[in-house]
Design a protein around this ligand. Sequence first.
Ligand SMILES: NC(=O)c1ccc[n+]([C@@H]2O[C@H](COP(=O)([O-])OP(=O)(O)OC[C@H]3O[C@@H](n4cnc5c(N)ncnc54)[C@H](O)[C@@H]3O)[C@@H](O)[C@H]2O)c1
Length: 320
Amino acid sequence: MTNPKTVLVTGCAGFIGSNFVQQFKNQYPKTKIIGIDNFSTGRKDALDSSVIFYRGSILDAKLLDKIFFTHKPEYVFHFAALPRVSYSVEHPRQTSEVNILGTVALLEMSKKYKVKRFIYSSTSAVYGNAKQLPTKESENHPDPKSPYAIQKCAGEYFCKLFSELLGLDTVCLRYFNIFGPGQYGDSPYSTVVSAWLEAIYFPKNKKAFIEGDGNQSRDFSYVDNIVLANILAMESKKDLGGEILNISDGCKITINKIKKLIEKYTHQELILEKRPSRLGDVRRTQADIVKAKKLLGYNPQVNFEEGIKKTIQWFELRKI
Ligand SMILES: NC(=O)c1ccc[n+]([C@@H]2O[C@H](COP(=O)([O-])OP(=O)(O)OC[C@H]3O[C@@H](n4cnc5c(N)ncnc54)[C@H](O)[C@@H]3O)[C@@H](O)[C@H]2O)c1
C-alpha cells in the first residue's frame, strides 16, 4: 500500500482542496500534508490545522522551490486555480497566468524534486459542447469555449508533455459539476446547488433564479467522490503517463429535479426568479466514467440524493 511521508496540496483552502485534506488525513494519518494557498477564492476558516501551510501564490517561484526543497513531497495534488468561467472571460490574462503558468511552475518543481505523481484537476469544460452522451474521453476532442477551458486544457497538455518528455508521472482528472459542504453560494459564480441553498438559508445573501425551463440536465457529483478519485489516482500502481480520466457520477439530473429534492429535504419552498436560458448554455452533460473505473477502480460512493442531504446538513450548521 502507498504510504507517502509527505504530499503537497495546492489550493488547500478552497472547496475541493479543503474537503480533500479532511478526508486524506483520516485515511493517511501519518502522512504530512503541506498546503499552499493565497486565499484568492479560498477561505481561512476552511484551512485544516493539521496542514503545514504556506500562504502565497503558486506563481512565486522562490516560494515553490523552498516548499519542494524543504518537504520533498512524493505526490502533488493540484487544486489551486482561478476556476470561474465568467471571471476568466473578464480577466483572461490574470487567469491564464495562474491556471497555465502556475501549473507549469508546479510541474517543473515536481520534475526537479522527483515527485512520484502529479495529480491535476481538470474540467469537463474542455469538451465544450460534447457531441456524444455519455461523453467518452477518446471520442470527444477538446473544444474549449472560454479562457478557463483553454487554460485547463493547456494544463492537461503540459501534464502529458512532462510525462512523455521528462518522465514525470502525471494524471488529469476531468471533473464535471461538483457540490458539497464548503461550497458557498454567495458569489455571482456559484453553482445551482450552493446558490439555491444559500437563498434558502441566507436569503439576505442571495436571491435564487432559474435560467431556461429547468429541463436542462447536468452530471453532478458529490465532493467526496472527487476526493476518492484523487486518492485512488495516488494509490494506483500503474504508470499513468498523462492519462485523462472523466470523474463524475455518470448520471444526469435535471435542474427541476434538484429543485424538488432541495425542497423535499429542507422542507421549504424555493422561490425562483425566471430568467432566459444563458446564451450558448449546454443542454445536457453526462460523463462516461468507464475509463476511470478500469484504470483506477473508481466507483462513486455517495449518490446525488445522499450528497444533497449532507450538503443541507452543512448549511444548517452554518446557520447556527
Ligand atoms: N468545483 C467544481 O465544480 C470544479 C469542476 C471542475 C474542475 N474544478 C477544478 O478543481 C479545482 C478546485 O476547484 P474548487 O471548486 O475547489 O475552487 P476554489 O476556488 O474553491 O479553490 C481554488 C483554490 O485555489 C486557490 N488559489 C487560486 N489562485 C492561487 C494562486 N495563485 N496561488 C495559490 N493558491 C491559489 C484559491 O484561493 C482557492 O483556495 C480547480 O482547479 C478547478 O478548476 C472544479
